[in-house]
Design a binder for this molecule. Structure first.
Ligand SMILES: Nc1ncnc2c1ncn2[C@@H]1O[C@H](COP(=O)(O)OP(=O)(O)OP(=O)(O)O)[C@@H](O)[C@H]1O
Length: 281
């Protein structure tokens, strides 16, 4: 892992454009400004290599989809961003993963603080066995956040498109909600602590088509305020909701990264075309 002290800001190159746009600009119209940058990122589980020399720049306040066949390292990459791989004993990370030019693997980075800035939503909705209100307020409490909790809880539930459905039952258990509502509650919990990036690992794969469609609409809305990185097995979903798509293939290699339309309509790589058109994977 390289020392960042004294080295040039890796985001100061001319490809990074000014963020001087309003918050209400549609995510697809906004110029790219890099938030996350992986440089020669390698991840191993004991001797097995799960990511192989990944270089990738993820733009601010857009939806970036990570697609590829099973076992190609999608989840491993996602977990590298907020150091969830630290929790896996056999995992070892080499290379750099920058968040706003700061290597998150530097010794002075607190992984708990990092995970507040980079929240995560998992495949299976996992609300706490607490009330709807407490599920959202929990993170605020842990952080010792001051202010009007009722207002902050309402804001998070509104932003996760759940408020209208639950406003009369905030003291009921989060576990009594439907699967899709539980997932939106988990999204509300993640955004309550005001993250900058939201990582989503197949957030709709356990949901029915109606709940999936609601989550997809929500993800597109979230990109107005947050940088969203989503792992999905569902290529149609990636095509529908993402601005950028990264295609990982077997061996943990990032084969192509580009605008989603380009990846799905005219990819550079034959291997990506074969994958997209269902020839393998
Ligand atoms: N906790 C772990 N311990 C050991 N090996 C792991 C662990 N997690 C993942 N791996 C291995 O690393 C490789 C990449 O796994 P990863 O889960 O990142 O892939 P993926 O593309 O997300 O797969 P899927 O689409 O099936 O979820 C696989 O070979 C997997 O077996």
């Amino acid at each position: 892992m390289s020392e960042q002290n004294g080295s040039p800001d890796p985001f100061s190159d001319t490809s990074v454009q000014s963020p001087a746009v309003s918050n209400t600009t549609a995510s697809s119209d906004r110029p790219d400004r890099t938030v996350i940058k992986a440089e020669d990122l390698n991840v191993y589980y004991d001797d097995e290599q799960a990511l192989n020399g990944v270089d990738l720049e993820i733009p601010e306040r857009k939806v970036t989809a990570i697609i590829g066949p099973s076992g190609c390292g999608k989840s491993t990459f996602l977990r590298s961003i907020n150091r969830m791989n630290d929790l896996i004993e056999s995992a070892r990370v080499e290379g750099e993963l920058y968040l706003h030019g700061k290597n998150v693997y530097d010794d002075d980075v607190d992984p708990v603080a990092l995970r507040r800035q980079v929240g995560m939503v998992f495949q299976k909705p996992n609300p706490f066995p607490k009330s709807i209100y407490d599920n959202v307020a929990y993170g605020l409490d842990i952080q010792g956040k001051e202010g009007d909790y009722d207002e902050m809880v309402e804001t998070a539930l509104r932003r996760s498109a759940l408020w209208e459905e639950v406003k009369g039952q905030l003291d009921q258990s989060g576990l009594d909600l439907s699967g899709g509502q539980q997932q939106r509650l988990c999204i509300a919990r993640a955004i309550a602590v005001d993250p900058e990036v939201i990582l989503m690992d197949e957030p709709a794969s356990a949901l029915d088509p109606v709940a999936t469609s609601q989550i997809e609409d929500l993800i597109e809305e979230l990109a107005e305020d947050y940088t969203v990185v989503i792992v999905t097995h569902n290529m149609q979903q990636a095509a529908r909701i993402s601005d950028k798509t990264a295609v990982f293939l077997t061996g943990g290699e990032l084969v192509e990264f580009d605008d989603t339309d380009k990846i799905f309509e005219n990819p550079e790589s034959q291997r990506v075309e074969d994958y997209i058109t269902g020839k393998f994977g």
